[in-house]
Write a protein that binds this ligand. Structure first.
Ligand SMILES: [Zn+2]
Ligand SMILES: [Zn+2]
Length: 335
């Protein structure tokens, strides 16, 4: 067996290159995964462009990773060699910080972030924390499961943890990597679904995915009495600012995407009269990821993907950043 593996790492801001790295053994609490598929997510830019505070180069990006466990480190329980597993953005929780002790694993203070604090899935191999692993239902292909671990989990958790109830109006802003999954989840959860999309092509796709309405945002939402929830997935703060006007009283704007640190501007009158609120959602823990996968399996929800060989990761990343991915590019190994 080869003692090296192929990886695509960021070596300086904006530069991805293919390298051979030595295979290492998993340490305590870790497993080694032979990667089969890894989604290309907008958040990878925090690694590739070096935007994550304290990030050091070189670093392998990638946090929508599916593969087979091929080595299990000491102290790992519940996972075995040969099992298919996935790892998302939250690479695992420590179990002993204050937030973990309160059961709030997403806010673990010692959370390794995949592709930021340790090498991620733009590679043939990845070392992962066992506490960050999700089991994969047999009927999901690895390429289909990969985007569900971040794009899927983010929208699934945002919807199910909101105050919206079945039958109420929910709007998904953005029909891209996150939004095209959010529409499907919202429809299958029993909401009335509006998609806020740009252009007729996206509107027709949104309808195919299950959205009931797909046009002029605020006016239409208000014609229906306002949305109970708007899940904003576009990586663009400016596009989120006007949405508050489309919320029903006590409605929530849940922010699931960010394109930088540009602020969202808010009319305080809309917050006061109608007690509307703005909050965020942050992917989820490994068991939330399993829930997302199980729900997708049960309800026949799949991402729309195109697969690209790992060696072409730099080109795939560039297309994603230019908003040309329809709707998720997934890197595949073994080609
Ligand atoms: Zn913790
Ligand atoms: Zn992501």
């Amino acid at each position: 067996m080869s003692r090296t593996y192929k990886a695509v790492q960021a070596t300086k801001p904006g530069k991805l290159e293919v390298v051979e790295k030595p295979i290492i053994e998993p340490a305590f609490g870790q497993v080694r995964i032979r990667v089969e598929a890894c989604g290309v997510c907008h958040t990878d830019a925090l690694t590739v462009e070096g935007g994550f505070p304290g990030l050091t180069f070189p670093r392998v990006p990638g946090h929508e990773v599916i593969g087979k466990i091929e080595a299990v480190g000491p102290g790992v329980q519940g996972w075995k060699v040969g099992q298919r597993a996935g790892v998302g953005y939250m690479g695992g929780h420590c179990g002993h910080c204050e937030n973990c002790r309160r059961g709030d694993f997403v806010n673990c203070q010692n959370q390794p972030i995949s592709g930021v604090h340790s090498d991620g899935g733009y590679a043939e191999m990845m070392i992962a924390q066992a506490s960050g692993l999700a089991a994969i239902p047999d009927d999901l292909l690895s390429t289909e499961a990969a985007p569900l671990l971040c794009a899927g989990l983010t929208t699934f958790n945002g919807l199910r943890n909101s105050k919206a109830r079945p039958g109420e109006l929910v709007a998904i802003q953005g029909v891209g990597g996150l939004g095209h999954l959010g529409i499907q989840f919202a429809r299958r959860m029993g909401f009335q679904v509006a998609a806020i999309a740009r252009g007729p092509e996206k509107a027709s796709l949104a309808r195919k995915l299950g959205a009931h309405n797909a046009q002029d945002p605020v006016a239409i939402l208000q014609a229906f009495g306002g949305a109970r929830l708007i899940l904003a997935t576009a990586a663009n703060s400016k596009s989120m600012s006007p949405l508050l006007g489309g919320l029903a009283p006590r409605g929530q704007l849940i922010v699931a995407g960010a394109g930088g640190s540009e602020p969202i501007s808010v009319d305080p009158v809309l917050l006061l009269f109608g007690t509307r609120s703005i909050t965020g959602t942050m992917t989820g823990s490994s068991i939330d990821a399993e829930d997302t996968l199980s729900f997708s399996s049960l309800q026949s929800i799949r991402p729309i993907i195109e697969t690209v060989p790992l060696a072409n990761a730099a080109e795939a990343y560039g297309r994603m950043m230019r908003n040309e991915a329809r709707f998720r590019i997934v890197l595949v190994t073994g080609q």
